[in-house]
Design a protein around this ligand. Structure first.
Ligand SMILES: [Zn+2]
Length: 161
């Protein structure tokens, strides 16, 4: 194998990964330092949404799912705020966006390079474990570009009964 693969992580994403490694103790305190490290002011809404997102391990959430969890947790936010916050977190590398189809975007708290199964019908997004070899051959990037990332979503459906 002489093929080389270039996976470029933005430095913010790398910071987020490092941050994740040292996450311990009080999740509230961790979320605050996580936000500070990426240059986001730890507002009450960012803290509350960050806590819901990051305090439970790796998760895949849509804006609607996060909004629902926030409502259940009595966090007073609008769906628009949830959208804005998710996009801000994504911009600084705390989240990774996974587009499943035109209308459905998931936000992944695991920002490392990995691929997904999407279970049609259940609308569930699941990590594919150890899937580095899922793409057999990398396409050549056009002149002046390099491949930033490869996202693969493998769609599953239950076998016919
Ligand atoms: Zn994932």
């Amino acid at each position: 194998m002489t093929e080389t693969r270039t996976m470029i992580l933005s430095s913010a994403a790398e910071v987020a990964d490092l941050r994740r490694d040292v996450l311990n103790g009080c999740p509230w305190h961790d979320v605050k330092s996580m936000l500070r490290d990426v240059g986001l002011r730890p507002t009450r809404q960012r803290m509350a949404l960050g806590w819901i997102l990051f305090a439970k391990g790796d998760r895949h959430l849509t804006a609607e799912m996060l909004y629902e969890e926030a409502s259940k947790a009595k966090v007073p936010v609008s769906l628009a705020t949830v959208y804005n916050t998710l996009h801000q977190f994504t911009e600084v590398g705390l989240l990774r966006q996974v587009a499943v189809d035109g209308s459905k975007t998931y936000f992944d708290t695991n920002t490392t390079s990995h691929h997904h199964f999407f279970v049609e019908g259940d609308n569930a997004l699941v990590d594919i474990p150890g899937a580095e070899e899922i793409v057999g051959k990398m396409p050549a990037a056009p002149a002046g570009y390099e491949i930033a990332r490869i996202d693969v979503v493998v769609r599953l459906r239950r076998k016919g009964k």
